[in-house]
Design a protein around this ligand. Sequence first.
Ligand code: GLU
Length: 297
Amino acid sequence: MSRYRGRFAPTPSGPLHFGSLVAALASFLDARRAGGQWLLRIENIDPPRCPPGAAETILHQLEAFGLHWDGPVHWQHERDAAYQAALDTLVDRGLAYPCSCSRKQWRDHALYPGWCRDGPREPGGPVAWRLRSDLGLRPIAWQDRLFDEQRFDPAALGDVVLKRKDGLWAYQLAVAVDDADQGITDVVRGFDLLDNTPWQRQLQHALGLPHPRYLHLPLIMGDDGQKLSKQNLAPPLPREDDAVRPLLHRALTALDQRPPAELATAPVADQLARAISAWDAGRIHPHPERSATGARH
Ligand code: GLU
């Protein structure tokens, strides 16, 4: 049996749109083609950003597109103890520290200057927790499956926040811990997340966790030249079968998989079966952006 384990990890800040469909589909096809598992993780660590019902809508949307996940859904709001254990480990290793500074105090700097590294400047008040980027962490490099070698200097990344002053966990820590706990071997996600990868790899290194492989995907841009997103009101994915079929075909086209034209109205299961057997990530054109109609910017 294949040891491949992939995942789709949406933030339920609203329904999925065409851009998220392309990311979900690519990670699904990559996992299924490899005979591996495809897991679903709902990244709801920031409750104010997650309207009630949005996560359930996402599950229904994925099902309508035939993207059935393996095992139970992994919910980040249940993971407090795991994130705290990881933070405690980093603190024990001298790699994380409490910081009392507000963004306003260091607004003249591009990166947080590390003022609290030797203890909070204002002890006794609320603190955020930050990762030290100045302690012998090696340059971060990885071979992206689509975008070739990526290299980042830890010092240029700054001391990223792991836990916020309001007590909420930061995305970077949650993702690094969950990818490891879920045994993820392959991360397939949008290019907009590429510059988060160095922090996640730095955390994997600091916590002694394995590094997955990464494939970042071209971003789907709207007619206005902006990335499709909930903020610019990209239309939510439909759930009616007659609308789902052609959209699935378009998503496969956006991934350069060249689905046969006659499959555009075929049942979802038929389109997916063909797409799994024909999946070739190497066909995706490595361009950071492309329009929803397939043109490259
Ligand atoms: N939750 C993130 C998002 O919806 C994606 C996280 C990931 O794939 O690592 O943008």
